[in-house]
Design a protein around this ligand. Structure first.
Ligand code: HEM
Length: 428
């Protein structure tokens, strides 16, 4: 096989000082993520008991993770998502309002715009807080979200280095790879909201309420907040790709306008699900720009790789190269071309399983896959219905991928221009 220039199914890399086994063959990936998952339950993310905030569903291992996962699975059920749908729509209305104030032809930093929207969504659905990030871009909630993903001090980097290379020492020193002011801010926001609701008998159909009602710890809510950047990247990169393909953009817009019309000019849960082409465009964007570019699993018992002489020793971290698989021409002909038709009904069935992993796979995959896609599609439908999107000359291409961020960010910013479409055309 030929993955990203390799001529092998297996390989090894050092991350810092620690060796990792790289699985470049989807068949091995399938075994590790699903069939033999019981050997590979843990992600191997550093956590320390000295900092409770570092212990969350993403980093937990074994039995602790299983119980957290069971709790969150009910929270992201379809019924609960439907209940949160109106809250997401409110945030999309904020996005719509913000676009009305954008001067035609001005250059919009698209990731920042989508970051404001996903901050509002998480603030509303997870914390029960109205952030209004578009009106107050420097409000604490948005500032902390931005800091969490974009600003790393030398101290943060040293902590991260030690937590990867010498977790025992890092634990002994009580080091945390979560920025303390960010973590404390989110923890305090949750505490204040819980207290307010309890003292004033206020209820809301959101995630925090579900945790309160099921008498679960609300600590995991700030872990949820850490994931909003993935959706912001997805929405922003889909707009970028659409700005470079007017044909795809028009096709998506026709579909959006038709479905808006069918549902009396409103965005509905059913309508969003019916936007198939828009869904394909997002799926293809997640192939070219997967927010999480590599996945890890730690081997918890010695494990023999199927049809090979290799035994993976207990304690070894296995690395799954999502980006490498997504760019492998063996599975994706002409891999650098953005082409939503790869994900239509017909082509979908011909795909090699486990060569497409934007949400991971198996029992430890993204728990909020449908919620993530829902909020992205709502934002895109809101924008594309009314605006023609084009690439600003200010955008420097190729965009490049920033090696220093956990969630994929481009090195150069994506600036887009938004041209308002006449109302008559929008209403067909
Ligand atoms: C387009 C948006 C998103 C993408 C691409 C994405 C991607 C991922 C990926 C790749 C993983 C690791 C899966 C694995 O190891 O197999 C993951 C895990 C996770 N994601 Fe997402 N995610 C998105 C949105 C969200 C949102 C909005 C939330 C929360 C509201 C969320 C919550 C989580 C959690 C809690 C986990 C850990 C699950 C576990 O360990 O059991 N994700 N996500």
């Amino acid at each position: 096989m030929n993955s990203g220039g390799w001529d092998t199914d297996l390989g090894g890399v050092f991350l810092g000082l620690r060796p990792h086994l790289v699985l470049a063959d989807p068949a091995y990936v399938k075994d590790v993520m699903t069939k033999d998952f019981s050997y590979f339950v843990d992600r191997g993310i550093y956590q320390t008991r000295k900092d409770p905030i570092s212990v969350n569903i993403f980093s937990q291992s074994g039995a602790e993770w299983r119980s957290a996962r069971a709790k969150f699975t009910t929270i992201f059920s379809s019924a609960k998502m439907r209940a949160m749908f109106p809250m997401v729509l409110d945030c999309a209305a904020g996005l719509d309002g913000a676009l009305e104030n954008v001067n035609q032809g001005s250059d919009v930093d698209t990731l920042e715009m989508m970051g404001c929207y996903t901050t509002d969504v998480i603030g509303s659905c997870a914390f029960g807080i109205s952030c209004n990030s578009f009106k107050h871009p420097d409000a604490e909630f948005r500032r902390m979200g931005r800091k969490h993903f974009e600003e790393f001090t030398v101290r943060d980097q040293i902590n991260l280095f030690l937590s990867i290379n010498s977790p025992g020492l890092a634990d002994w020193l009580g080091l945390s790879n979560v920025q303390q002011d960010v973590a404390e801010f989110f923890a305090k926001s949750i505490k204040d909201t819980v207290e307010f609701r309890e003292n004033n008998a206020v209820r809301r159909n959101d995630l925090l309420q579900l945790l309160i009602d099921t008498k679960n710890s609300t600590d995991d809510v700030d872990d949820i907040a850490a994931h909003f950047d993935t959706s912001a990247t997805t929405a922003s990169m889909t707009l970028y790709e659409m700005s470079r393909s007017s044909e795809a953009q028009e096709k998506a817009r026709e579909e959006i306008v038709r479905i808006f019309k069918k549902y009396n000019d409103e965005i509905t849960y059913e309508g969003i699900a019916e936007m198939k082409y828009l869904g394909q465009a997002v799926d293809e964007t997640l192939r070219l720009w997967p927010p999480v570019t590599t996945l890890t699993r730690v081997c918890t018992r010695d494990y023999k790789l199927n049809e090979s002489d290799l035994t993976v020793k207990k304690g070894v971290t296995v690395l799954i190269p999502v980006l490498g698989l997504h760019y492998d021409q063996q599975y994706w002909p002409d891999p650098l071309r953005w082409d939503p038709s790869r994900f239509n009904e017909e082509n979908r069935n011909d795909r090699t399983p486990f060569a497409y992993l934007p949400f991971g796979e198996g029992p430890r995959n993204c728990i909020a896959l449908r919620f993530g896609l829902m909020q992205v599609k709502i934002a895109l439908a809101t924008i594309l219905r009314k605006y023609r999107v084009s690439l600003s000359p200010k955008t420097v291409t190729p965009l490049g991928m920033d090696p220093d961020t956990f969630v994929l960010h481009t090195i150069n910013k994506v600036y887009l221009n938004f041209e308002r479409i006449e109302d008559d055309a929008v209403r067909l």
